[in-house]
Ligand binder design. Structure first.
Ligand code: AMP
Length: 300
């Protein structure tokens, strides 16, 4: 995932549409000026009709304009590439249809409070059912640690505070990762477990509208005391900046206030498969398989 966002920038920031409005209007003005200063229609017509009496020198104004135009365009592109992006600017261009069709790509969202065991159960499903596991948290941590990332500091402070990283970053990281998997194996029927996502309504809507509609949410339900016990235990060795009592408290608050409404939204559409996550990992996995088979059929 090391090049996740640069791929976005090269696609997005090297297109005129990504120009800030001010730069766009400047370039439009200079384009109009160059049109106004171009040779008269009469001389253009003389050249175009191939008039044998017209002098070959009349070509030069056109060549001059073309050279000036390409020089201005090159400068414009260069200045755009050097501009630091904002999170608003990294929003993918507006699309009418999602990048992936749900008839060729299967997406299951995996939700649950911090410490509910999402990662453990996803690893089991990857082993037994050949899913690709994409953890939003892992992708964000990788981007945070990537040398030269423009979003490293921003992600770091959001994670430490247990807050939801702006959706433009997370959705784009997920889309890039999915594209990479699908492109690598063109015949591969993409089957994705998208873990820790969507944690906020805007992400859910944006992802389904622009990347891929999901089949449903696999929700691991676990009481807070149990999740806290697990996280504090994990914190002894995980080295994660947010596995400490203070961050855990903030993460729970974010989960209850921001992520549970997402689960309720999907529940209202009968798109939640709920698994009780308090038992041992093996027992939780047994129930997970049974419920997924009920929903997707034996060979999902
Ligand atoms: P996790 O690894 O799933 O426990 O997530 C760790 C942290 O990463 C969260 O507390 C958030 O700060 C951030 N994060 C994870 N998933 C998302 C997401 N879908 N949207 C925004 N931020 C996220």
């Amino acid at each position: 995932m090391a090049h996740a966002l640069p791929r976005l920038f090269s696609r997005r920031f090297c297109q005129p549409a990504a120009l800030p409005r001010s730069l766009n209007s400047t370039s439009r003005t200079s384009f109009r000026t160059s049109i106004r200063n171009s040779p008269s229609p009469a001389s253009r017509r003389g050249y175009a009709s191939g008039n044998p009496n017209s002098s070959p020198l009349k070509v030069w104004p056109f060549v001059g304009i073309a050279l000036a135009g390409s020089g201005a365009y090159a400068l414009m592109v260069k200045s755009r590439v050097e501009m630091p992006p904002t999170t608003e600017q990294i929003a993918a261009p507006k699309k009418d249809t999602p990048t992936f069709s749900p008839s060729s790509v299967t997406v299951l969202f995996v939700l649950g409070g911090p410490g509910a065991g999402k990662g453990t159960q996803c690893a089991n499903l990857v082993r037994d059912y050949k899913f690709t596991h994409l953890s939003a948290g892992d992708l964000l941590r990788a981007e945070q640690d990537r040398e030269g990332s423009e979003f490293g500091d921003l992600i770091k402070s959001y994670i430490k505070d247990g807050k939801i990283v702006p959706m433009e970053v997370t959705v784009q990281l997920l889309e890039n990762a999915m594209t990479e998997v699908v492109e690598k194996d063109k015949d591969h029927k993409g089957k994705f477990l998208i873990d820790g996502f969507p944690r906020k309504m805007d992400q859910a809507l944006k992802f389904e509208e622009t990347v891929c509609p999901s089949k449903f949410v696999l929700f691991f339900d676990c009481p807070e005391e149990e999740m806290q016990r697990r996280l504090l235990e994990r914190g002894k060795t995980s080295g994660r900046s947010d596995d400490n009592a203070e961050s855990i408290k903030k993460r729970f608050k974010t989960f209850v206030e921001t992520s549970m409404p997402v689960v309720e939204y999907f529940e209202g559409q009968n798109r939640v498969v709920k698994v009780l996550a308090t038992k041992t990992p093996d027992e939780v996995y047994k129930e997970t398989r049974e419920k997924l088979e009920q929903r997707l059929g034996k060979n999902f």
